[in-house]
Every structure is written in structure tokens, then in C-alpha cells.
Write a protein that binds this ligand. Structure first.
Ligand code: SF4
Length: 330
């Protein structure tokens, strides 16, 4: 029997190369060997947002990119978290199984308190419990995570074990599928690629904008003159060449080291590779964008399929806890 993968992503709108290399390409690949459930976690987004007016558009834009990148609604359940409200109910139940001390020690909570001291809301603390509800509601046994997310998943597993010890083996304990997510740097070559830092290249950008952004990339800073030998191993342009022009990468590295290739020309070649790679993506995206009803129907169908797993499971959980299950549901 195939394992079941669950993964959620906040609705961040149009995706960039960092999102693609760090998550979306893995989502697409996992469709081969697993039952895959991918969720736009809009409720999680509320913990850090100051305004919510872009949530709908951001959800639409992100799902457009997902579909264009090869996430297939016939093979994956793709849906919006809040469209299956059972997750909020399970979050409440699991909240009462989770000691406060487990949550206050979470490093990302401490970081968020520093980052947004004016908005230390309740769910900022309860976030890992909502995440546990996301995973366990859909009986997912596999969660793709990077090394840095392992502590979150371990907390989810602790909550599951605590619940199952008390009420019986009802919840599926998820396992981490440790995945190497390349850390994609932004145009500055220092910080992680991010929309908020405006150092990103969008997948959906037109060819001119893409080229312009590539030409702004910082290269090996120790290479001052064209005649200086470069160090491709520390150059962000080269790390994108490895992803998007793999056949040329070896020659580029050698020419860079021998000062036979200038950075301007190297970036021009990267822009050309990137635009060639993005061309079919842009075509597919334009087709989906022209038919917004299709995109919302994908999400509606995904919510229906997700709910078909969620509600019987929630009922079983409530019975295990000892809650009186409504006759309307029974
Ligand atoms: Fe980087 Fe290319 Fe310049 Fe070498 S030639 S430093 S790989 S941009």
C-alpha cells in the first residue's frame, strides 16, 4: 500500500525559484510513489498577516503555479485548509493534549515573538498543534521535511503519542521524509530568496523581467576585474546554472576559474537557460489563468475528497476521547 504524504504551504502568491526548488518540485516528484495531499494553509497565514485582503488572490496565484509546475489534481488532493473546517475542531481537541511547556520551547515561536512583538497572538504559540491537526486529520504517515523542520514534526509525533497512550491507537504517527531542500539564495547572493526581501525571480515573470532580474544578480564578490579568475563554488549565478543549465555547468565552472568567461556573459547565458526552462511552464500557467473556474473547481473537488477522509476520522477521534457524537453526524 502506498504511503500518504501531507504537506501544507502558506498562500504566498506567485511562486519564485526558491519556492520551486525548495518545495514545489518535490511535491511533483512525490506524486509518483505516494498518495499525496497538498494544502494551502490559509489559517496558518493568519498568524503573521497584518492584512488579509490578499489571501484569496494569493491562494489563486499559488495554486496556478502549482498546477503549471505539474501538481496534478488527478493524482493529488489539492485543497484549501479552511475549506475543511474539521481541522479547527481537531486543533481544539489536540490543544488540550499539549502541555504549554512543549510549545513555549519551540524556537520558531521565540523567533516570531522577536520579529512581530506587536502581534504575539495565541495561534503563534498554538501553530504546531494546528499543524499536528493538519497531518493527523488526513491520516498522513509521511511528511516531507527539511532538517530545520524536524523539531516541529517531532513535536507533532509527541502529541500523537500522548493522545494514543491515553485514548488508544487512533491517530497515525507521522514519519519524517527527510528531504534535501536546496537553500536558494536571492539576487543579493546572501539572503534566502524571498518575496518580502524583493530578491526573488518569479516563475511567472515574463522573459524580459526574468533576464533583467538575472542581470542584477551578485556574483563572486572577490572577482573585481574580468581578468580575475572566479570562484563558481561561491557564486549564486553558478548555483542556478547547476539547476537550470546542468549540461553547461562543468564548462562554465572551468571557464570562470580560467577567467575565460566574464560575469555579464555568464548571466546572459543563465537568463537564456532559465527562460527556455520556464517557457513551457508559462504556457501552461497562461492556460490555467484563462480559466479561473477550473482552478477553483480543482480546489472544491480537493476539499470534497479531503473531507471524505477527515470527517469519519474526526468522528472516530471524538468517540475515542469520550465526546458525545451528535446524532446528526452519527
Ligand atoms: Fe559567477 Fe559566472 Fe562570474 Fe564565474 S563567471 S563568478 S560563475 S557569474
Amino acid at each position: 500500500m502506498k504511503g500518504r504524504v501531507f504537506s501544507g504551504a502558506r498562500p504566498t502568491g506567485r511562486q519564485h525559484l526558491g519556492n520551486y526548488l525548495g518545495a514545489v518540485q518535490n511535491y511533483v516528484a512525490l506524486q509518483e510513489g505516494y498518495e499525496t495531499i497538498y494544502c494551502v494553509v490559509d489559517l496558518h497565514a493568519l498568524t503573521t498577516l497584518t492584512g488579509t485582503e490578499l489571501l484569496v488572490q494569493n491562494t489563486f496565484d499559488m495554486v496556478l503555479d502549482w498546477l503549471a509546475a505539474g501538481m496534478d489534481p488527478k493524482r493529488s488532493i489539492i485543497f484549501v485548509q479552511s475549506h475543511v473546517p474539521a481541522v479547527s475542531e481537531l486543533h481544539v481537541i489536540l490543544s488540550m493534549m499539549t502541555p504549554m511547556s512543549w510549545l513555549t520551547r519551540v524556537t520558531t515561536f521565540k523567533e516570531k515573538v522577536q520579529q512581530q512583538p506587536e502581534n504575539v497572538n495565541y495561534l503563534l504559540l498554538g501553530y504546531p498543534v494546528l499543524m499536528t491537526a493538519d497531518i493527523t486529520l488526513y491520516k498522513a504517515d509521511t511528511v516531507p521535511v527539511g532538517e530545520d523542520q524536524l523539531p516541529h514534526l517531532e513535536l507533532a509525533r509527541e502529541v500523537v503519542r500522548r493522545f494514543n497512550n491515553r485514548f488508544g491507537p487512533v491517530l497515525v504517527e507521522p514519519q519524517a521524509k527527510l528531504t534535501e531542500f536546496p537553500r536558494v539564495l536571492g539576487l543579493d547572493g546572501v539572503q534566502k530568496m524571498s518575496k518580502s526581501l524583493d530578491n526573488h525571480i518569479e516563475l511567472a515573470a515574463d522573459p524580459e523581467t526574468t533576464s533583467k532580474r538575472v542581470m542584477q544578480m551578485v556574483t563572486d564578490v572577490s572577482r573585481v576585474y574580468r581578468r580575475d579568475p572566479g570562484h563558481p563554488e561561491v557564486c549564486n549565478v553558478f548555483s542556478l546554472h547547476k539547476q537550470f543549465s546542468p549540461d553547461e555547468a562543468e564548462a562554465i565552472a572551468a571557464d570562470c576559474r580560467a577567467a575565460a568567461l566574464g560575469c555579464v556573459e555568464c548571466k546572459r547565458r543563465l537568463a537564456a537557460s532559465l527562460n527556455a526552462w520556464l517557457a513551457p511552464f508559462r504556457e501552461r500557467r497562461a492556460r490555467f489563468e484563462a480559466d479561473p473556474d477550473y482552478v477553483w473547481d480543482v480546489l472544491a473537488d480537493g476539499a470534497k475528497r479531503a473531507a471524505a477522509i477527515a470527517y469519519p476520522n474526526l468522528e472516530e477521534i471524538k468517540r475515542a476521547v469520550g465526546l458525545p457524537v451528535s446524532r446528526v453526524l452519527a
